[in-house]
Design a protein around this ligand. Structure first.
Ligand code: DGJ
Length: 375
């Protein structure tokens, strides 16, 4: 009798919790077990008829932003109702492992490689006990979108290689650059002129906040905050998506961008980023370019309305093309909660276009019909 009762409760719960038909940003998002989704700084890949959402599995309390479990995954057929697939890349117990429990694994993004048939996860890796100094990009692979992912390697990208179109004169340090005062106009000019690219040339370039993007021709790119978060780098990946081709460019030198998210519409690439204020929200920025390698033109803050200067209290993480629909893109962002990271929430908004620019407007509650209603 007891068993039957619990079965009924479980059936009622799954019925109740599988009835989401809307995105309600900033509120608790219950998975199909009725538990708030734990997939922060995430990204989504679409496989067959299913979306897989990967993210940072956060825990309670101040240490909750370090990786104590690993990277989580949720699956959904409709983007509203998410089933917990568990931890698909687990932290390791071996203290010598780069992904040992207590390291920092942020902003995981998974892409599918059609040539190798592998799912490839890139993420931002910081080594345990070293703050944000390591600034590495790391890669893991799996045969299935549901994992398990095997950790392969971490990188400081583009070791010993100059960016494309890097001026000859930028390859040589100016005499006084080491003594310039941080944030002075001269210092910012030195950054623009590649001071930190030169500093990290032998060691490899820094890689903190990141995303990955697969283009129409299946070429993939890591887009990462580099040069102490002052300049974004776009680094082409090898055909197996596991390494770098040495072809890379810089975006918005000295522009201080984090949280890159990218999409393509009518042959034009668009990027939305944030400024750099730790876990605190700031105003988003947007850019466009005819080529992935640039030049990228600044389009300003894509957010409009109340709290636009704080990206509606959130920070970008990914831009999701809605499958089977032309020009339907969802802006995905995190509303961080550094005091209790597990309670962080998600801000998803439809990307609209006005005067050739991507626009984000706050919506309390919306669903995919919003795209057709706006046309
Ligand atoms: C802002 C970044 O966007 C986050 O991913 C995280 O690295 C925090 N900074 C850490 O302060």
């Amino acid at each position: 009798m007891k068993l039957k009762f619990s079965m009924i409760i479980s059936f009622v719960c799954s019925f109740v919790f599988s009835q989401n038909n809307y995105f309600v940003s900033g509120k608790q998002w219950k998975d199909t077990d009725g538990v708030h989704i734990n997939a922060h700084g995430g990204g989504i890949v679409f496989v067959d008829d299913t979306y897989y959402w990967y993210g940072e599995y956060k825990t309670s309390g101040r240490s909750g932003n370090t990786s104590l479990e690993g990277i989580s995954c949720y699956s959904s057929k409709d983007l509203y109702n998410w089933h917990n697939e568990g931890i698909v890349l687990k932290v390791e117990q071996n203290p010598k492992s780069e992904i040992t429990k207590g390291c920092v694994m942020e902003r995981p993004k998974v892409i599918f490689n059609k040539k190798t048939g592998k799912y490839v996860m890139w993420f931002h890796l910081e080594l345990k006990g070293q703050g944000y100094d390591a600034a590495k990009a790391a890669v893991a692979i799996s045969d299935s979108p549901k994992g398990p992912f095997q950790f392969k390697k971490s990188y400081r990208p583009n070791k010993g290689v100059w960016p494309i179109d890097f001026k000859e004169e930028f390859k040589v340090a100016s005499n006084n650059e080491a003594s310039l005062k941080s944030w002075s106009p001269e210092w910012l000019t030195a950054i623009k002129n590649g001071m930190l690219v030169r500093r990290d040339f032998d060691k490899g370039q820094m890689s903190r906040d990141m995303t990955v993007y697969v283009d129409d021709n299946e070429k993939a790119y890591l887009i990462h905050s580099s040069e102490e978060n002052l300049t974004l780098h776009i680094s082409e990946l090898t055909d197996d998506y596991l390494d770098f081709t040495d072809k890379w460019s810089r975006v918005a030198p000295a522009g201080h961008n984090e949280a890159p998210a990218i999409f393509k519409k009518d042959g034009i690439y668009y990027m939305i980023t944030s400024g750099c204020t730790g876990w605190d929200p700031n105003a988003a920025r947007s850019f466009k370019s005819k080529s992935i390698f640039g030049p990228w033109e600044t389009l300003g803050n894509p957010c409009v309305g109340k709290d636009a200067e704080l990206t509606f209290h959130s920070q970008s993480t990914y831009i999701l093309p809605v499958q089977g629909e032309k020009d339907q893109f969802i802006f995905m962002a995190d509303r961080w909660n550094p005091k209790n990271p597990i309670d962080g929430t998600y801000i998803w908004l439809p990307i609209q276009f006005e005067n050739g620019k991507p626009i984000l407007k706050w919506l309390d509650k919306w669903n995919l019909n919003a795209f057709t209603e706006n046309q």
